[in-house]
Write a protein that binds this ligand. Structure first.
Ligand code: 5GP
Ligand code: ZN
Length: 144
């Protein structure tokens, strides 16, 4: 897609530090290395975000991820964990609107990466959780 920075990277119109490429995905270093080896895995097809995938593309893209994650782990054996992040839409911190998966190797608790899950176990009663689950389940069934 014209004017998409990741399409330009995939098509070699702008440079990147590639770590892997095949017919489905292009994987390269994030320009901002939150930790050493921070990699973006992007589908070669321009899809904006998760809501733009079909099952076949999602399967194909996800199928490549363990291979790349294991390669990062082998490259940097001092790695002690890895976060896989996929941001969808601006509110959820997406800033490039060509879908991508961040692979962020973790070496230390003192690095510059964090995710905060507040504890909200008491926010909903069981019957309210049932209602929420049912609402979603109905939509999943309708879209199957
Ligand atoms: P998002 O915020 O959309 O989840 O992540 C977008 C990521 O793309 C950011 O971490 C940002 O550093 C990275 N990024 C943005 N522009 C470029 C670029 O031109 N080259 C590379 N390698 N990474 C980029
Ligand atoms: Zn694109």
């Amino acid at each position: 897609m014209e004017n998409c920075i990741f399409c330009k990277i995939i098509n070699q119109k702008i440079p990147s530090h590639k770590v892997y490429e095949d017919d489905v995905v292009y994987a390269f270093l994030d320009i901002s290395q939150v930790t050493k080896g921070h990699t973006l895995v992007v589908p070669k097809t321009h899809v904006t975000d998760l809501f733009d995938y079909d099952e076949a593309l999602a399967s194909a893209v996800f199928a490549r991820i363990p291979k790349i994650a294991k390669a990062i782990e082998k490259a940097f054996p001092e790695m002690e964990g890895l976060n896989m992040i996929n941001n969808n839409k601006e509110l959820a911190y997406q800033s490039v609107f060509h879908s991508h998966v961040h692979l962020i190797p973790r070496y230390s608790k003192e690095d510059d990466f964090s995710i905060h899950f507040g504890n909200h176990q008491d926010d909903y009663q069981s019957h309210e959780l049932s209602q929420i689950a049912e609402t979603i389940a109905k939509q999943v069934a309708e879209n199957d």
